[in-house]
Design a protein around this ligand. Sequence first.
Ligand SMILES: [Zn+2]
Length: 364
Amino acid sequence: MPQNQAPGRRPRKSPYLFMALAVILLVVGIVIGTRALNAWNAYTVAAAITPTPSPTVRPIAVTPAPNLVTFTPAPTATPSALANGSTGDMVSQLQQRLKDLGYYNGAVDGQFGGGTKSAVQAFQKQHGLDDDGIAGSKTLAALYSDQAQAYRPTPTPKVNDTLSGDIPLLVNKWNKLPDDFVPANLVTIRDVAGDLLLYDDKTFQGVDTAVNALVSMIKAAQADGITPWKVGGAYRTIKDQQRIFNNRVSRYMNENSEMTRSQAVSRTRLTVADPGCSEHHTGLAFDLNVPGQYFVDTAQYLWLNEHCWDYGFIMRYTDDKEDLTGIIGEEWHVRYVGVDHAKKIQALGYCLEEYVEYLKSHQQ
Ligand SMILES: [Zn+2]
């Protein structure tokens, strides 16, 4: 107990001491109050600029574009490019997205093959992109954006009409396809047939229905002991045909310096169709051969001539119809027209030109 304080008595306090305490409390109060206010301000500013996981941040999930069938979220990591031969989850996501939009009908298996490439090309074409079939950054950005459009089939001519429909598509030197013609549903033959066939070119493509029929036919031939079979020609673009045609013209002119260009063109036309006039543009025609043998001398030719009709194929060019087809006999060239048409053509003994005329005259 302090010495200067008498026991039992409260110490006396100076009024100045109360005033000093009041001032100190006031100052402390102001300081704390200001700090709290600053902290609140800082919090509200931060809250305004920091995104919060609210549903309104991703309107695409709530309101998909009208063309979208379903919305597939974009991959979390962006690869540099996906192309023929790519594999993995990114490819599966790509296939699923193409499928949702109606460009892809194949399996979502993470294997980037011919079918996936065709689907990418169809998407690129419809969106004004370079149709190289490679899903690079531009294509992927368009594909996963909400501007991506669902598949619209090419308006004319419709190859698939020739499969289910009234009159098979006729292509010859008098019936040229439009320059921008591309058949729908091209697939890489090897993706479907695998080792069943040999290939002059492993990237050969055809329309899926025709390729499936080809596979059924060759399986039946092999069951009869007729093998091997090699694909020597299949789908060809009009640009490919232009290049083949021009190369042949140049070769003739190089070989014979006295040959004029028009002479070289005439000579080329004996063996090479004009661009737009080859049946190989349809994706429905295949050249079949046997390695190392002239096809007409083989058991394969005899089997094909007897059975191709049952699988929807016709022997398209025979010597006796050369005047009508404009093409000399090509016993190795088969054309898919569907089983009904093929059987009628066989029964009538017509070439395709005659058969199309026949159908037209019976429709009216
Ligand atoms: Zn051919």
